[in-house]
Design a protein around this ligand. Structure first.
Ligand SMILES: [Zn+2]
Length: 344
């Protein structure tokens, strides 16, 4: 097994301490050592940013712990790739309070669109938070702000690239520009801007983007062409952003949020059940997803699944081997060690 696969980890599996966390680093190092044994090429790390404030990527739980993690990953010969989200900003942070209203994508009544919240993946996040949709167009301040976040990470920390999530919103923003297509056109423009930062820092750096299980449309295809790898996120059903349910969530996200304490258990149960559905194992479906990406990016695909049992692991391993792709190991909130049993 050469250096080949990727490992996707959540920082809060190891620590959410605001002071230097030596104990967490010991546990983290054990997982990095195991990752090296598995032949993992790089780590993508999510939620290293303080209090799950999506968007505040240089505001760390603890900067020294973060820097030590980067060092440990390098000591074992792996790449370290931090997570960024192209379109979402946590409303509980100070950046949102100062700029969120201004930078946000707005509906025809001038109201900020809702975006992702913790209730949809309640098993992964131990606290409640929500985000609003930011406008990725160069005519919104979000474009420069996020580009600068990438610049700081790439130049002041020894990271080996950037991972980008959530290029799947397809909506109209009624602010920032008279051109109604500026939101959708802004997505590949912002990805290009971040890619330039990634490659200016070093040509060896990697840009990895998430397809959000979307059947590639022109904006996603543009983004994919800019990336070194596309991580395909296996969801129970494909994301269709023109779908009624999706639009409903965009328009009524605030109302849903008002009742989140009551509906959270139901959403949690249904999400967990859907992550165990047979569609997550269906070889024909998996191959269809790979085929629709392959015509644009060849074999530069990392296969990632939310189904974390042995069946889910085996299903993506099979497709990875058949198509000579890379596997994305994702143990959820657990340590990487917990997947050791899959290799016997
Ligand atoms: Zn806009």
């Amino acid at each position: 097994m050469g250096m080949n696969d990727f490992w996707f980890a959540m920082y809060h599996t190891y620590s959410i301490k605001k002071s230097f966390d030596k104990r967490a680093l010991k546990i983290f190092e054990k997982d990095v050592k195991f990752a090296q044994e598995l032949g993992i090429e790089g780590l993508v790390l999510e939620d290293y940013y303080n209090d799950w404030i999506w968007g505040e990527y240089t505001n760390f739980w603890n900067e020294k712990t973060f820097r030590e993690m980067v060092k440990i990953v390098h000591d074992y010969g792996l790449k370290f790739i931090p997570y960024l989200d192209v379109t979402e900003l946590g409303v509980h942070g100070k950046v949102y309070k100062q700029n969120g209203r201004k930078w946000g994508a707005k509906n025809r009544w001038g109201k900020n669109y809702s975006a992702f919240s913790s209730i949809f993946l309640a098993d992964y996040y131990p606290v409640d938070w929500r985000t609003k949709l930011m406008c990725p167009s160069p005519s919104s301040g979000w474009f420069n702000y996020l580009t600068n976040q990438a610049h700081v990470l790439l130049t002041q920390y020894e990271v080996d690239g950037i991972y980008l999530d959530r290029m799947d919103y397809r909506t109209t923003c009624y602010d920032h520009s008279k051109d109604q297509a500026h939101f959708i056109q802004g997505i590949p423009a912002l990805v290009k801007s971040i890619r330039d930062e990634v490659k200016n820092a070093s040509l060896k750096n990697l840009l990895i983007i998430n397809d959000s299980c979307v059947d590639p449309d022109p904006p996603l295809i543009k983004c994919m062409k800019l990336a070194d790898f596309v991580l395909t996120e296996l969801l129970p059903i494909d994301t269709d952003t023109t779908d009624f349910n999706w639009r409903f969530l965009m328009e009524y996200g605030d109302i849903i949020w008002t009742f989140h304490r009551f509906i959270k258990p139901v959403i949690k149960l249904s999400t967990n059940l859907s992550f165990l559905s047979g569609a997550m194992l269906d070889t024909n479906r998996l191959q269809r997803i790979i085929n629709r990406l392959k015509i644009h990016v060849g074999k530069k695909i990392i296969v990632f699944s939310h189904r974390k049992d042995y069946e889910g692991f085996k299903a993506i391993k099979k497709i990875v081997e058949k198509n000579k792709l890379k596997q994305g190991f994702f143990p959820g909130r657990k340590n990487l060690h917990t997947i050791k049993k899959f290799f016997k």
